[in-house]
Design a binder for this molecule. Structure first.
Ligand SMILES: *Cc1c(COP(=O)(O)O)cnc(C)c1O
Length: 385
């Protein structure tokens, strides 16, 4: 009955990931820091998981740090560099459409003497590289710009940005939580020094994240969590072994299936968008003209409230704005894109994933179409002629 088009909020754990984790809850429970035989076996399994994850993004295995979430990875990247480099400068550049894990971290740093530039975006949600260049100054120590946006899916020109700051001694971080599993990610090609992704957006469990830390920064970045020397001294706490194994399995699956899955999911998205635009009047796709990842459609339904549409079309799981901001008022992303405030209220994000089938699209659009016309009947904004 229910159609789950909310894969950018979270994904179910893939059964293959689940299977791979089970032994680590039961027989393979030893502490990887223990020097007995059982412990050493687990340690080796963690190291091989690190290597499997690293290979997905073309990193070295000891450049992969496990954290408790994508949010934690963003925090570690930004705070870790800010405090490590504050003797060099206090200026950070980010964008106005970042995930709250980046935005709120930057806001918080302003209380500690850091100065943050929040770059605007154009009407398709893209930052302008020339504009970014004009904000760089001698005190700039860090740039944090997301790879793919979580509400509209637009892709930022990260390699252009890293090219621009080459040899300027500015660290570049990118939040790739939404990009992971939906496009090829190569840290060398991107040229980034730090990159975040998260388990639960790629069919691994909630509560595990990764921070890629380029080798040259590992002795410099300041940890958030002190204690034992876990994760190269960068994140203390006994490793979450089952989830680490689960995440590595999720990355293996992506490595094997990415190309065919990207194509299949893009077909689902394209069919969805064309049916919506063709069958429901006064609709458009936010960010349509920008390069986008394959799985997000953010649709503006004019003259209605997105939340009301979610109530009417309750068989379809989607998001108003983003799951993380829906109780905080209208989307900061669509606002930054200068979308008409009325259209922002009528915008919903549909995000497709591994367990969706193209057959679901027709029925979903039918349900949405009926709900939209009902809501518009009651809408004082809608001209019925
Ligand atoms: C979901 C998400 C996060 C946060 O990841 P968690 O693991 O849920 O903390 C960060 N950035 C983006 C772009 C996201 O979509």
């Amino acid at each position: 009955m229910t159609i789950y088009f909310d894969n950018s909020a979270t994904t179910p754990v893939d059964p293959r990931v689940y299977e791979a984790m089970i032994p680590y809850f039961k027989d393979k429970y030893a502490n990887p820091s223990s020097i007995h035989k059982l412990g050493r076996i687990i340690k080796e399994d963690i190291n091989s998981a690190r290597a499997r994850i690293a290979s997905l993004i073309n990193a070295d295995e000891d450049e992969i740090i496990f954290t408790g979430s994508g949010s934690e990875s963003d925090n570690l990247a930004i705070k870790g560099i800010a405090f490590a480099r504050k003797h060099k400068g206090n200026h950070i550049i980010t964008s106005s459409i970042e995930h709250k894990a980046v935005l709120q971290t930057c806001k918080w740093l302003e209380n500690y003497g850091f100065e943050v530039t929040y770059l605007p975006v154009d009407k398709d949600g893209l930052v302008n590289v020339d504009e970014l260049r004009s904000h760089i100054k001698s005190t700039t120590i860090l740039i944090s710009i997301m790879l793919a946006n979580n509400e509209i899916g637009t892709l930022q020109p990260i390699s252009e940005i890293t090219e621009l700051v080459k040899n300027k001694n500015i660290v570049v971080h990118t939040d790739a939580v939404q990009a992971a599993g939906k496009m090829t990610i190569d840290v060398a090609e991107l040229g980034v020094d730090l990159l975040t992704f998260s388990g639960h957006k790629i069919y691994a469990p909630k509560g595990i994240g990764v921070l890629y830390i380029s080798d040259f920064l590992k002795d410099e970045i300041i940890p958030l969590i002190h204690g034992g020397g876990h994760e190269f001294g960068l994140r203390a706490g006994t490793e979450n072994v089952p989830y680490i194994i689960g995440l590595a399995t999720a990355c293996d699956i992506i490595g094997e299936e990415l190309n065919t899955e990207m194509q299949r999911i893009k077909e689902i998205r394209d069919k969805f968008e064309s049916l919506i635009l063709r069958n429901i009047s006064d609709t458009y796709v936010n960010g349509y003209n920008a390069p986008r990842i394959c799985n997000i459609s953010n649709i503006a339904f004019k003259y209605i409230e997105g939340e009301a549409l979610m109530v009417y079309a309750s068989d379809i799981c989607c998001s108003a704005g983003s799951a993380c901001t829906s109780d905080e008022g209208p989307s900061h992303v669509l606002k930054a894109m200068n979308i008409d405030p009325i259209d922002i209220h009528g915008s919903l994000r549909f995000s497709f994933g591994r367990f969706n089938k193209i057959e679901e699209v027709g029925r979903a659009v039918e349900i949405i179409k009926e709900s939209v016309s009902k809501l518009r009947e009651f809408s004082p904004l809608y001209n019925k002629e």
